[in-house]
Design a protein around this ligand. Structure first.
Ligand SMILES: [Zn+2]
Length: 158
């Protein structure tokens, strides 16, 4: 009666490892880090000379990397925010990413604030430079903070 159940099943993991090019790969840790960092599996396969992205998914599934990646949602948001300067990401996508990013702590947990100042409006008014500044240093423009302090009663005039 010493049998303990392992989440995901140890038997299938053993079978997986025998057929997996990533498990035996010399850069396995880098591959896993890239996956957890929300790099595209197709790009990972190409960069590390793997057969195809399906092998990345198989390995990720067998090793439980999806859950780790999920907890690393900040990395996905960072990628969007970083790109705002270079690519033509729509303003609303950046705003949504910055907002979500600001609500997620390092453990990947969503922190919803009870007070709902109309942040959407405020983020809409921020310039790309101001959004980037906020994404990188957490510094909000002065006008932003002045507005939120005065708008806590929830009856913002529209
Ligand atoms: Zn593997």
């Amino acid at each position: 009666m010493s049998q303990t159940r392992t989440a995901g099943g140890a038997v299938s993991l053993g079978r997986h490892q025998r057929n997996c090019s990533i498990c035996a790969h010399s850069q396995r840790e880098e591959i896993e880090a890239a996956f957890i960092g929300w790099r595209s599996p197709a790009a990972i396969a190409e960069d590390f000379g793997l057969a195809d992205r399906a092998s990345v998914y198989r390995h990720a599934h067998a090793l439980g990397l999806f859950a780790k990646r999920q907890r690393n949602i900040r990395a996905a948001l960072e990628r969007i925010i970083e790109k705002a300067g270079e690519v033509d990401v729509t303003a609303s996508a950046v705003v949504a990413a910055v907002q979500a990013y600001s609500k997620i702590n390092a453990a990947g947990q969503w922190i919803d604030r009870t007070e709902q100042v109309s942040l959407n409006d405020l983020f809409d008014r921020m310039s790309t430079a101001e959004l980037e500044e906020y994404a990188q240093s957490g510094t909000l423009p002065k006008w932003f903070e002045a507005t939120t302090v005065g708008a806590t009663e929830g009856d913002s005039p529209e």
